[in-house]
Design a binder for this molecule. Structure first.
Ligand code: COA
Length: 175
């Protein structure tokens, strides 16, 4: 699938390149980014490069991930994208992460709105999904603030940070 470039009021969403690997390391080596993820903190630039190749490098049929950067400074502050894109059913899952120093300023909601619009209008999606840990209140607020509905709870779906974790399933329908 194509990796989009989108500009919003304060942000530019653009493809990830190899020159962003330092940023990928900065973001995903931090505990606060991965606190509610089954994936552990990455420990090296080598792991950041592997992550880039697996999840971010443009050219996949089933996912894309873009850098979120501030238009004012061109500084990268996060990533967002779709994965598990199924063409026949016109649905995909959305994922996102932001550096902690930029939380609480509406940046992720601004990026989410742009990605939702792109998903429905350009990709022709009918449904966008997201899953979230019940303790990840900030992410739940991002989803609900942007129209996603809680559709169910998958009990004890993951094990990490020492306990079994439920997973909340959220969905947004085009209309
Ligand atoms: C989840 C995550 C992206 C949420 O970030 P966030 O900054 O709280 O989300 P938003 O961009 O929607 O910002 C909303 C907050 O900004 C405030 N805000 C300030 N200026 C704003 C503006 N111009 N527009 C909108 N909101 C604004 C809102 O009032 C809200 O405040 P609140 O936190 O007190 O409710 C962030 O916590 C994160 O990256 N976590 C780690 C990774 C992660 O968990 N990813 C998701 C896995 S499911």
């Amino acid at each position: 699938m194509e990796t989009p470039s989108i500009t919003t009021d304060r942000l530019r969403l653009r493809p990830v390149t190899e020159t962003d690997i330092d940023f990928v390391f900065k973001l995903f080596s931090r505990t606060e980014t991965n606190l509610y993820s089954e994936d552990p903190d990455i420990k090296s630039l080598k792991e950041a490069k592997e992550m880039y190749v697996r999840y971010m490098k443009p050219g996949s049929d089933t996912h894309f991930r873009v850098i979120i950067e501030l238009t004012s400074t061109t500084e990268p502050i996060g990533t967002i994208g779709f994965y598990n894109y199924i063409t026949d059913y016109r649905r995909a899952e959305m994922g996102y992460d932001l550096l902690k120093e930029y939380w609480g300023q509406g940046y992720m909601s601004e990026a989410v709105q742009a990605i939702i619009k792109y998903g429905f209008e350009e990709l022709g999606l009918v449904r966008i999904e997201a899953t979230v840990d019940p303790e990840n209140i900030r992410s739940i607020k991002v989803l609900e603030r942007n129209g996603f509905k809680h559709e169910g709870t998958l009990r004890k779906r993951y094990y990490y940070s020492g306990k079994w974790r439920d997973e909340l399933f959220y969905g947004l329908i085009k209309e």
